[in-house]
Design a protein around this ligand. Sequence first.
Ligand code: GLA
Length: 341
Amino acid sequence: MGSSWTPGRVNLIGEWIDFNGGHVLPAALPLGVTVTLRADHGETDTVTSAQFDGVSDAALDAPARGDWADYVFGALQAARRQGWLDSGATVCLDSDIPAGAGVSSSAAVTVGVLKAAAPPGTDPTRLATLAREVENQFVGVPCGIMDQMAVAHTGPGEALALDTRSLGFERLQFPPGWRFAVLHSGVDRKLADGRYSARRDACLAAANTLKVDYLCDAQDLTALPLELQPIARHVISENARTLDAITALKADDHTQFGALMEQSHASLRDDFRVSTPEIDALVANAIAEGAPGARLTGAGFGGCIVAFLPEGADETWTRDLLARHPKAWLVAAVGGAKERT
Ligand code: GLA
């Protein structure tokens, strides 16, 4: 019997560069998933969820079926390959992380199941690496390592300045007196529907053409076909912005941090083209209502924005922004004296 709690994450800056050798700055949400795991020596795995009706069963080596339970079954199969389980298991999930919002509910489930199965004290980087393998090889989403590292290594109130190439990281505390508000646009997104892979393939093709191992290392983009140049420009500029943002956060330079978030959004909208009209309007109005910085967060194509603003101003700001965007809703406000959901 094992249990674990794993948070969701919001990415503060560093988007679409975690498989391009870049630096990212995700942070834990105060929302998370509780996993309870019981090894029951049977020939099947079973999963139940407090949020979804019904019980799902699968044979110990069953392939993915195409629904949310895949993350659990894939993680249990990975745990058996590690020798952490020797038979079937029953897993109960209880999560308050919204699914399909771009705040890593699936990475939290996958890491959470592995954490509940692993011996106490197992290196969180090992859990994160295994969880990414489950998503890439079992579920079939070719994601990078950011989400799994973020949820494995951080707790509420912490951000992770992560080098996705070396997996070296530094935990950073949020700036006192400032908050990050995470708002859902009201438009759901799904990663497994092919748009994530198409963008990833474009990055890999650009790196290949330019003969670099990682697109973040490219310098002269003129050899690229015209349609790949903005893709590469986003990747290279986003990595530089993230390093500058980490410096700004450490120096308490809030104006610069906010400006970098805004530039990141413009680059995702104009060069990488993963924003939507609803997200663009929400970001523009977040800034118009007084946030020093705001951007889409996660893969895009819908989902959430993150805005940076002084504590104290955030409650009025949220109320006014939501009045202008009736389909949007507050997922969480992190940092400052009290975290809210
Ligand atoms: C998703 C993926 C991550 C990362 C982001 C975009 O969240 O799971 O690996 O690529 O999109 O930054």
